[in-house]
Design a protein around this ligand. Structure first.
Ligand SMILES: CC(=O)SCCNC(=O)CCNC(=O)[C@H](O)C(C)(C)COP(=O)(O)OP(=O)(O)OC[C@H]1O[C@@H](n2cnc3c(N)ncnc32)[C@H](O)[C@@H]1OP(=O)(O)O
Ligand SMILES: Nc1ncnc2c1ncn2[C@@H]1O[C@H](COP(=O)(O)OP(=O)(O)OP(=O)(O)O)[C@@H](O)[C@H]1O
Length: 788
């Protein structure tokens, strides 16, 4: 059988080289309709009713792959092996399979392709079942359904990603293509055409030498003996410096080079010496291999250990390995001897900086890979690290663990999913500024037609936003609600913005949204409608800036702002511009300076960064203005309550910046009685605690209003820089009045000598407010205290 022969030959070559091979089975008889009886029908036999899966079964049999070693990814059953849905392929990350069959006929999900490719072992096969390759780009599937966000429908989604995918499949080595065309050839090979056998006929290569345990070492021999490559041995050697306080290790690698495992062997080696090792990573799942290697090492050393919880290993030596989420880890540094940060590039630089307070710290990062992890680490954090007096040891793992270097399936996946996309090299953009750049629309056709442009634009998004992943590449090319705009210097992308059209929804959809039904896309209207209970919020049409990034070599030259100016001019016919992002003081000020005003601070933190999201609007029309007005003033009305509750741990500088960026003009609106208490506390000995509410209202006015007086009077005698003291007083209002922290905690945090000194500064901060807004009641109170 042609399918079997092709598969067997590919597998033989894969085994010979310890590489993987890809077999495409293009089912030309598939009409694009999922057969209802084949869907989710557990226990279905390997029957021939489904052409694609039957061919996949033949391929596996001929290639000698056991079903127990295979995973089927797709929506149809029929291979009698483990099956996962394309959306759930995250579970395959870090696992190793001899073969994976991806039935992509019903849903071609780019993230799934990326994850699957990583899971196939050296000597194994990736089998891709597709429709006729020529027809595939024009077919709409379940992934496309997800891109059809209201008011668009699936007919508006285009097929550029898949057209590109097909091109790469046809062009790359190591990819066999068999068309299941249904045409009888009269010789028993009913309807099968081998379009490309995919064989690479490699020249014989010497196997890589076995790793050698070094003679001089601080970690146990067993740790080195567990290493699978020479690179891993070297990496483990670098981790030995973690015994010394003041050390830092940076370990970089592409996916699947064994860096997490090396960190695990290091963690185990440190723990057997009684060290307390704290591990952090964007998710615990990502460090399962670390725990596995450490426990295997304990077994090899005959050290009994306990696992009181999944995320903690305790040794009789007193050593431990324990996991904390990234923001929590930053608060636990005092207690640990060494901190291991896995996937460091996925974490904000601010958090990484805090980790430098640990006695010894190691960062492992992925250079390229599925999470699109990034250069943010390299570009920004490297400088920070170089400026410390840490002893930094760098190590890089190149040798793949699961398969041989140069594996053609990895090469194909990098290309097809742009895992190695990069922004333009620095010299090309070094002298770019708003005057020398052009504002350009990067529409799907332009991007699909120009690989360099696509790589630069996507590479810039990946470098700046670690969450950019293969699905985003497909969205960039095909989603009807998304637009990309860029500033370009001599054709090279210097700044890029990804924009989503949101709102403009009909009444029925708005009602559904209001009553809690999930409506895809439309993030800003959705929050305003379903959480902030505004039934009309999804009526105006807006442009949300989903992502924006300026090349790291050209930041702070006004390019980001110029790009937003271009967007505002081009989309001025809509009602608003908007944005939602993990709030930091610097970003809040960037958006505020660009005319955006705060309408919401989310009450849940991002797990990895620990940031709360800010939502902001910049109105462009009367309808947009009305929407922004009502949400700005409501934000100012309700934020004190939120800061006292769900946001009581929000960074006071984020709160200050979010309030300062809100365009509302709240009025203090205090009764004369209330003013007497406030002024009494400013000028005399009245206590704010008898009636905190008016103080809180005043604090919001002071932090939101453009015309608010500063919190310092000319008469205030302050030590040091008045501007620094003014900022400290703003933090004092946030922490004490709005977030209700105790006087002692606030004094301690803000560097006042005592609670009493903080209280005096508080009283002083109120004086300018009484003078500006307190009217006669406050003036009379002041006069009484001063004996005027
Ligand atoms: C929806 C979202 O995408 S939110 C996330 C925004 N994007 C990112 O964080 C990716 C990484 N950062 C970047 O690419 C850029 O810093 C951008 C896009 C935020 C700003 O682009 P730039 O071309 O530097 O903007 P521009 O020069 O007009 O304004 C710079 C100002 O932004 C502010 N800013 C915002 N974020 C930062 C930051 N991380 N570091 C330094 N300044 C920042 C500063 O106030 C800065 O002012 P300064 O030049 O006086 O110091
Ligand atoms: N020393 C080792 N012993 C046993 N298995 C190992 C070892 N090193 C790596 N592996 C296996 O090889 C695969 C890749 O290793 P690991 O997860 O450590 O690499 P990584 O570079 O962190 O890659 P990824 O980013 O893909 O997680 C995993 O399946 C892991 O279990």
């Amino acid at each position: 059988m042609a399918v079997g022969e092709t598969a067997a030959a590919l597998r033989a070559e894969a085994r010979e080289t310890n590489e993987r091979r890809l077999l495409v089975l293009a089912d030309e008889t598939d009409d694009g309709r999922e057969p209802a009886d084949a869907l989710d029908a557990a226990g279905t036999d390997d029957d021939a009713t489904d052409r694609g899966l039957a061919a996949a079964a033949d391929a596996l049999d001929a290639a000698g792959v056991e079903r127990a070693e295979t995973t089927l990814v797709g929506h149809r059953d029929g291979l009698r092996c483990e099956r996962v849905e394309p959306r759930d392929t995250g579970d395959l990350l870090g696992t190793t399979r001899e073969a994976v069959v991806y039935d992509a006929r019903d849903e071609c999900r780019p993230n799934a392709l990326g994850r699957i490719t990583g899971a196939v072992d050296g000597g194994g096969l990736l089998v891709l079942v597709t429709p006729a390759l020529d027809d595939w780009p024009a077919r709409r599937d379940r992934f496309d359904d997800g891109m059809a966000v209201p008011p668009f429908d699936v007919g508006d989604v285009s097929g550029r990603f898949r057209a590109r995918l097909v091109r790469t499949l046809r062009a790359h080595r190591g990819v066999g293509i068999v068309a299941l065309d249904g045409v009888e050839d009269g010789e028993g090979d009913a309807g099968v055409t081998v379009v490309d056998d995919g064989l690479t006929h490699p020249a014989p290569r010497l196997p890589a030498p076995d790793p050698v345990v070094p003679d001089e070492r601080a970690f146990p021999r067993e740790a080195y003996a567990a290493c699978l490559t020479t690179d891993q041995v070297e990496a483990l050697g670098a981790f030995e410096t973690l015994f010394d306080a003041g050390s830092a290790v940076v370990c970089e690698a592409d996916r699947g080079r064994g860096k997490t495992s090396a960190a695990g062997l290091a963690a185990g080696s440190l723990a057997v010496e009684g060290r307390d090792v704290l591990v952090t990573a964007p998710s615990f799942r990502g460090v399962r291999d670390l725990y596995a290697r450490a426990s295997e090492l304990f077994d090899a050393l005959g050290v009994a250990f306990e696992r009181p919880e999944t995320t903690r290993l305790d040794l009789p030596t007193g050593g431990t390995i324990r996991y904390a989420k990234p923001p929590a880890a930053a608060d636990e540094l005092d207690d640990c001897d060494a901190l291991l940060v896995d996937e460091a590039a996925a974490l904000p630089v601010r958090l990484l900086e805090r980790y430098l307070d640990a006695d010894a710290v190691a960062f492992t990062t992925t250079v390229h890979g599925y999470e699109g992890a990034g250069r943010g680490f390299d570009v920004r954090f490297r400088d920070v690290l170089a400026d410390t007096d840490r002893d930094v040891t760098d190590v890089r793992l190149d040798e793949p663990i699961r398969y041989a270097a140069g594996d053609p399936v990895e090469v194909w996946a990098f290309r097809a999913l742009l895992l190695d996309a990069r922004p333009p090299v620095e010299p090309l953009v070094a002298d770019a500024d708003p005057e020398t750049c052009t504002y350009d629309a990067l529409d799907g056709d332009a991007l699909a037609a120009d690989e360099t442009l696509l790589r630069e634009a996507f590479g810039l998004l990946v470098a700046a936003h670690y969450r950019t992943e293969p699905d985003d590449l497909a969205r960039l090319l095909d989603a009807p609600n998304l637009d990309a705009r860029a500033l370009r210097r001599d054709g090279h992308v210097v700044a890029v913005a990804l924009l989503a059209r949101e709102g403009g929804l009909d009444e029925e959809t708005r009602d559904a949204m209001y009553t809690g039904e999930r409506v895809k896309g439309n993030m800003l209207p959705d929050v305003l409608t379903s959480q902030l209970r505004d039934p009309d919020a999804a009526d105006p049409v807006g442009t949300r800036v989903v992502r924006i990034a300026t090349h790291h070599a050209a930041r702070s030259r006004g390019l980001g702002s110029a790009l937003l100016d271009g967007v505002r001019a081009e989309f001025g016919c809509r009602d608003w511009l908007g944005v939602g992002y993990g709030a930091t003081p610097a970003l809040l000020s960037f958006w505020a300076r660009n005319g955006f005003s705060t309408v919401h601070l989310s009450t849940t933190r991002n797990d990895a960064s620990g940031e709360y999201s800010a939502l902001m609007l910049d109105p462009l029309s009367d309808a947009g203005g009305a929407l922004a007005d009502r949400h700005e003033s409501w934000f100012a009305d309700r934020i004190a309550g939120v800061l006292a509750d769900a946001l009581d741990d929000c960074d006071p500088d984020v709160a200050r910046a979010a309030l300062a960026a809100c365009d509302a003009t709240p009025a203090p609106d205090l009764s004369d009685d209330a003013w007497r208490v406030v002024a009494g506390s400013a000028y005399g000995s009245a206590m704010y605690s008898v009636d905190p509410e008016p103080f809180r209202r005043l604090a919001v006015c002071a932090l939101v209003r453009d015309d608010a007086p500063g919190l310092l009077s000319d008469a205030d005698a302050v030590e040091g820089d008045p501007e620094t003291e003014r900022e400290r007083r703003e933090r004092l209002l946030v922490r004490k009045l709005l977030q209700c922290h105790s006087w002692d905690a606030v004094a301690d945090e803000l560097g006042y000598h005592s609670a009493g000194q903080a209280m005096r500064a508080f009283g002083d901060a109120l004086k300018p407010l009484c003078e500006a807004w307190g009217g006669e009641a406050a003036a009379a109170e002041r006069a009484r205290h001063r004996g005027e």
